[in-house]
Design a protein. Structure first.
Lengths: 258, 279
């Protein structure tokens, strides 16, 4: 009897494993990694649900590819390592397509592109945002971003502070701990519109040098997943073609961010 | 047995124990050293060919800067915390309610909540009330992440050290103070010259542990943008996506902790040499 029970347990376990393998290879579930702390592109609402432009685009792409999207929230610092560790299959989190990242992951075509800008507190005595003009000032950015890399390389004479999330950088600018923030212009615009962001304002020009800021935001995948990348690219072309992309854009922004 | 036979037995000088034997008929100490050497050579043979020298070349100086910041954080906070811990421990031991209650509340709060939460509370909390701090002329202090980190760690370690000191003081036999009082020595000299030196000897080992815990705990400062060893590590990792970043951090923390532990051991042996039976 015990012998039989053991056999039954083993059989069920093996069947379960085979089932798992079969469903993974059929790819009817695509696991999407996102940050969930980067409004308006991806954020967690008061019900704890992931929302935002990235999430809507991901949902539209999955519908187009006829697969089920499963979202996984992951801190930004570890978002590429977790992809490589197979915690999910794709990153849809406003990740800029850059040469540095392309050494370890692959990207689809861009699904939007926005420039970077500086913000400062109202009434700050800053008008020029060149490296010389900002020497000795304290500039904040989110760590592991194109903005952080750009500051580290170009603004070597400024004091660069790197924060785990954009929110924390915003808090410190409002509090007066840092003089400026460099981040994505749309993300900053959204924050400036809030009560907390009323302290601050844009300063200087927009930055979009592809050497640092890449070629727009794309979907990052493991380098061996060529098939999935092609399916994402086809779906992306389709939703741009059939107007779905534009509808989602219009839900969030009064102008096109492609 | 008579007294005679006891004295004659005592006359035989105590003999040194024979060296402990390990496997292969080797002395245990020698055997241990051989095993350690094999392990170290094996580890080196595995790691060295896999080192990414470009990574090392790019970041080694920043790692050293990072560990310097870590040491500054730890020694400042543990040092100031040691000064604060004594009055807190005394308040905690006092018979007066208005002294014990605040000391108890302080210790309970700082030992009962995560260090990370304390740092966030102080750092972003101060940021919310920056106007008030500015008015009080304290903003220059709360503006700097490094100072706020030192302050938080100081509060935290003072609570732990106060409990260590309280335990050490209470562990001394009451007869010590009573004897001093019988000799006509008044309260405070008794405390400072009789009780406290002995209490510190009891407290040495747990205080050393606290110092080592703080070295590792200080990694939390990187969350509020302090570029300590952990801050440099996340910076290097974010840029290179090279897992080695964490290997070097672990190695440097290990070396730091080992060095401090050895120095502390020396110090302890030196300070307790009058208690040692044989060395």
């Amino acid at each position: 009897m015990t012998q039989f029970n053991r056999f039954a347990v083993a059989a069920v376990a093996v069947a379960g494993m085979l089932g798992g393998i079969a469903s993974a290879s059929a790819q009817d579930v695509v696991r999407i990694g996102t940050e969930g702390a980067y409004p308006p592109f991806n954020f967690t609402d008061s019900n704890g649900e992931l929302k935002g432009f990235d999430i809507d685009i991901a949902q539209a792409l999955c519908d187009e590819m006829d697969v089920t999207c499963e979202f996984v929230a992951q801190d930004w610092d570890g978002i590429i390592p977790a992809l490589l560790a197979n915690r999910y299959d794709a990153i849809i989190a406003s990740m800029s397509i850059t040469e540095e990242r392309m050494e370890i992951v692959d990207f689809t075509d861009k699904y939007y592109q926005t420039p970077a800008r500086f913000i400062m507190r109202d009434g700050s005595d800053i008008s020029d945002t060149s490296p010389d003009a900002l020497a000795g000032m304290t500039i904040g950015a989110q760590s592991a971003t194109i903005h952080a890399n750009f500051l580290e390389d170009i603004y070597a004479d400024s004091d660069i502070r790197l924060y785990p999330t954009q929110d924390e950088a915003n808090l410190d600018l409002a509090a007066g701990r840092i003089d400026l923030i460099l981040a994505d212009s749309i993300v900053l615009y959204e924050w400036l519109e809030t009560d907390d962001g009323s302290c601050c304002t844009f300063v200087g020009d927009a930055y979009s040098d592809p050497d640092y800021f890449g070629f727009g935001a794309g979907i990052a995948l493991r380098q061996e997943d060529d098939e999935l990348r092609e399916r994402f690219n086809a779906a992306l072309a389709a939703i741009i073609e059939n107007g779905t992309w534009q509808d989602i854009n219009d839900d969030y922004f009064p102008f096109s961010i492609y | 047995m008579t007294d005679q036979s006891i004295t004659s037995l005592a006359r035989i000088a105590p003999q040194k124990a024979p060296p402990a034997r390990g496997p292969f008929g080797l002395e245990k100490k020698v055997f241990d050293q051989i095993v350690l050497a094999i392990v170290l050579v094996g580890l080196a043979a595995w790691i060295i060919p896999n080192i990414n020298w470009r990574f090392v070349d790019r970041y080694w100086l920043r790692y050293l800067e990072g560990i310097l910041v870590t040491f500054q954080l730890v020694f400042l906070s543990v040092g100031i915390g040691a000064l604060l811990s004594l009055p807190i421990a005394l308040a905690r031991l006092s018979k007066r309610k208005w002294l014990t209650l605040p000391a108890r509340a302080y210790i309970t709060f700082f030992r009962g909540t995560p260090l990370l939460a304390q740092l966030f509370l102080l750092y972003y909390g101060a940021g919310q009330f920056n106007a008030a701090f500015e008015a009080a002329g304290l903003w220059w202090f709360f503006r700097e992440p490094f100072y706020v980190a030192v302050l938080t760690f100081t509060f935290n370690t003072a609570a732990y050290q106060a409990e260590i000191m309280r335990g050490a003081i209470q562990s001394l036999p009451a007869g010590q103070a009573e004897a001093a009082s019988a000799l006509g020595i008044s309260r405070w000299p008794t405390f400072f010259k009789v009780v406290l030196p002995q209490a510190y000897i009891v407290a040495l080992r747990p205080l050393g542990n606290e110092l080592i815990l703080m070295i590792k705990g200080s990694a939390i400062a990187s969350i509020v943008t302090v570029l300590d060893l952990m801050g440099i590590t996340s910076l290097a990792y974010a840029r290179s996506f090279n897992f080695q970043a964490f290997f070097w951090a672990a190695l440097l923390y290990l070396i730091a902790v080992e060095a401090v532990r050895r120095i502390w051991d020396r110090l302890e042996r030196h300070l307790t040499r009058h208690l040692a039976l044989s060395h």
